[in-house]
Design a protein around this ligand. Sequence first.
Ligand SMILES: O=C(O)CCC(=O)C(=O)O
Ligand SMILES: [Fe+2]
Length: 306
Amino acid sequence: MSLQQLSPDWQTWVRDNLARGCTPASMLPLMQQGGFSAALSQRALDEAAAQLGGRSAATQSAQAARTAEHSPLAEHVQALAIGAQPQRGRPHIDLEANTIQCSDGQLVRIAAVLDAPQVVLFESLLSDEECLAMIALADTRLTRSTVVDEQLGEARPHEHRTSAGAWFQRGESELVARIEARLAEVLHWPVDRGEGLQVLRYAIGGEYRAHFDWFNPAHSGSTRHLQQGGQRVGTCVMYLDEVEAGGATRFPNLGYEVRPRRGAALYFADVDSQGVEDPSTLHAGVPVTRGVKYIATKWLRERTYG
Ligand SMILES: O=C(O)CCC(=O)C(=O)O
Ligand SMILES: [Fe+2]
């Protein structure tokens, strides 16, 4: 039942690629990049290959005709093309149970799941103490938030983003390292493929208007960001504080929003199951109308970052 342990996206990916003649050897590294162990990937591939072998005779002969056209070189080129195309890996969350027991003792609850775009809402990803400690640390270094200029790639203040922000180096303190290690465990995505945590503080009226977290490859300003660590493949917004009114994270095209709650976290994949930038992830931090909103955001990159 190893195949069942993969997310539905990954199961489809494994079946489709085997069916079109890719070798398990070419797929194994991509699955490992996606966060699966070599042993689980191998077993899942064996299982899917066995299932494929048991299909109807008609399908099998069509498949045989197709694979007969494949010289080893053609197969190799095809395998390379899979790697080069947007077949990016993306984080993977074990959704089988309703809780995830982290090795540091934190019991994380899965509160809501959307399949596509993949959105997972967690409760108690952070403890109250962790949230309050992050707020206290951030308060000492908050500065006006910026957006990335589409043409120049420079960070600059913008009326669409009225919050104050603080960056934290990866692993810069025991607390930051603990949160990062927990995220890596829950999302099956290595710490070194993440940007440093960013804490944002929104006062009344503060907002972040609708945007994508992925860098648009068509914009010249994206080039230098994409060169360093590749695309943003996932976003995790952790809510550090209660907000009396307003301040939801809203996906306007999905008609869905998450209201802040201390310790909860919203994860969404920025790319679809094929690894392509997903326009349905358009999202906004809606204006705070009463209270103050604090979040910590972790952006996950396709490759090693920094
Ligand atoms: O403020 C929010 O709820 C969303 C923040 C966000 O989208 C971001 O930091 O990229
Ligand atoms: Fe965002």
